[in-house]
Design a binder for this molecule. Structure first.
Ligand code: P6P
Length: 352
């Protein structure tokens, strides 16, 4: 996309907002598109701007600390994640083309009916990932995934089944990191693009066009406090990286907010792992609104994600809040990881 323009012989940077980018991408890749998709995404960008304005002032508003409730995960709901959830439910709820939404904060999916016509889209999201970090000013984020509403489920007595689609069916996915600056990263299947929120104009402006994940990075990212409960193959793989046997030395970076840890991995390469542990034998991260969007973005940027046995995007969900191990990173780190897992499976089969 040409982001320069010539005005009276001087080249001036052209501001490309995320709305303009979505529309131009739709014109380029789906000329028949009616613009309903960009209308949907504008609901997400608006909700994240509402959340951002609170996150930035969290210490000044009475939004620090718990809301006094517990969410479906059994986690103390922080006031900001309730606000972030309400903002997304409201902004998506007033968009007629949204049929179903599902959120980390709500046990059941929400079906919108009695609207101008059948909704075309399903949106699942984690409204404020990493919210336990808010009180200590660590980056948090919003993660979202957009699916098509299956025709055969429109009239069914359980339309919420529409959220249980494998990640490969995603039409779009993205996240917003509320960090040192606020950045939205999204993909509609035609590359990965990043937009920085410019508070002076209240718009997300193109800042990272066509992001590619480095084939090899220099960071691995895992919570090594659980090392003793990682499966042996994960320990062997991480030791291999630590010993520099993948051709370079690695440093550990772990923030404890998936969006921040993944955003660094996307831009700098390396690998993020949340393995099975004794506390979370199925992994801690949620498939629908954490692992799937991250895996979609990673794959679009040249990396990929697995649960240790299969590509995350191939997993057929059984439950809205299903958890999964997540290993996501650049080509080099992920191929090395697959070698360790294959060796482990072979050893297992030989041991009978
Ligand atoms: P742990 C935040 O609570 C979160 O859901 C993810 O954002 C993050 O990657 C993970 O949990 C951190 O979990 O067990 O390392 O604190």
């Amino acid at each position: 996309m040409n982001t320069q323009s010539t005005v009276q012989g001087t080249t001036k940077p052209v501001i490309v907002t995320v709305q303009q980018h979505i529309l131009s991408e739709q014109r380029r890749h789906s000329p028949q598109a009616t613009g309903t998709f960009s209308w949907l995404l504008s609901g997400i960008t608006l909700a994240t701007k509402m959340t951002e304005s609170r996150v930035r002032r969290a210490g000044l508003l009475d939004v620090i600390g718990a809301a006094g409730n517990v969410n479906v995960q059994g986690e103390a709901q922080q006031k900001l994640d309730v606000y972030a959830d309400d903002a997304l439910v409201h902004c998506l709820g007033i968009r007629d083309n949204v049929a179903i939404i599902a959120s980390e904060e709500n046990e059941q999916a929400i079906a919108f009916d009695g609207r101008s016509g059948p909704g075309k889209y399903v949106v699942v999201f984690d409204p404020l990932d990493g919210s336990s970090n808010i009180d200590v000013n660590v980056s948090v984020g919003t993660i979202f995934s957009v699916l098509r509403m299956p025709e055969d489920l429109r009239e069914s007595d359980d339309p919420a089944q529409a959220v249980l689609q494998p990640g490969v069916k995603q039409l779009a996915a993205g996240y917003v990191v509320y960090g040192s600056s606020t950045i939205m990263v999204y993909s509609t299947g035609h590359g990965v693009h990043g937009f920085t929120l410019d508070p002076s104009i209240g718009a997300y402006v193109l800042s990272h066009e066509d992001i590619r994940m480095p084939e090899q990075g220099k960071y691995y990212s895992s919570n090594d406090a659980y090392w003793d409960t990682f499966p042996q193959a994960y320990q062997d793989y991480l030791s291999y990286l630590r010993r520099g046997e993948l051709g370079r030395s690695y440093a550990l970076r772990y923030i404890g907010s998936l969006v921040a840890d993944f955003h660094r991995t996307l831009l700098r390469g390396g690998v993020f792992l949340y393995p099975p542990t004794d506390a979370n034998p199925q992994g801690k991260l949620r498939l629908l609104y954490e692992a799937n969007p991250v895996a979609f973005i990673a794959q679009q940027a040249g990396g990929y994600a697995t649960d240790g046995h299969q590509n995350i995007l191939d997993i057929v969900p059984q439950d809205i809040h299903q958890r999964t191990p997540l290993i996501v990173g650049g080509k080099s780190e992920m191929e090395a990881f697959e070698r360790f897992m294959k060796r482990d499976e072979l050893a297992g089969s030989l041991a009978g």
